[in-house]
Each structure stands twice: as C-alpha cells, then as structure tokens.
Design a binder for this molecule. Structure first.
Ligand SMILES: [Zn+2]
Length: 126
C-alpha cells in the first residue's frame, strides 16, 4: 500500500469507529491545499495519526495490559511474563506508545488495516 492508501484506509477505519466525518473532511481539505508541499503534508499526517481523538477512534478504548497490549493477559492466556505486575492502559494509549518509536509511523498502521482486523474491531469474526 502507498502512504496515501494507508492514510485513506486508516481514516475510513477511524470514521467507522466514530471519528468525526467533518473533521476527516477538513483534514483532506488542508492536505489538498498544501499538496505542493510534501514536508508540510507529512507534518499534517503525523499530527493527525498521533492525535488522541483520532487514535481513540482508530484503536478503541478497551483496557489492555500495559506490557503486551493484550486484553487476554489477565486470564494468563499470554506469552507476557510480566502480566501479574503489569498495569493497564487503553488500547489506543498502548498503540500510540508503540507507534512513537517507529521510524515510519504510517506503516505501523498497516497491520491494523486488513479486513480481519477491521471486522474484529467492529465486533464480528467474519
Ligand atoms: Zn501482558
């Protein structure tokens, strides 16, 4: 996927998760306005994907283990060997912490954009 495709799919997923459609539209308008300035565009994209509002709707607010990021950690159903001492975070907080360490944060989103991941986020298995 190109960065443009990743961005488009990521925004679609966040909107499905309740992110404001008008905010998404405003974002595209700003991006269009600065289309001749790749560096400025990149700044806008980074600002969007790291915004708490966007992340909440992209990943959701389920509680997860702050060590491994899994919900099932409390059930002992995990490889995480710190689960007994680990705290909790919301999933979006956990994922933002992971993404900040990536050289290409937009690429980090790809793993959450396949159809199965989207179905899971919507609460179905099919
Ligand atoms: Zn864990």
């Amino acid at each position: 996927m190109t960065n443009e495709q990743i961005l488009k799919k990521a925004i679609e997923k966040a909107v499905k998760g309740g992110y404001s459609k008008s905010q998404a539209k405003a974002f595209y308008e700003v991006l269009e306005e600065f289309s001749d300035s790749p560096a400025t565009n990149k700044c806008f994209v980074i600002a969007l994907i790291f915004s708490h509002d966007f992340a909440k709707h992209f990943w959701g607010e389920d509680w997860v283990c702050d060590c491994c990021g899994e919900k099932s950690c409390w059930e002992g159903n995990t490889q995480c060997n710190r689960y007994r001492n680990a705290g909790v975070l919301t999933l979006w907080e956990f994922q933002l912490q992971q993404m900040i360490l990536k050289a290409e944060p937009l690429q980090y989103l790809v793993q959450f954009l396949n159809e199965q991941a989207i179905a899971k986020a919507e609460g179905g298995d099919k």
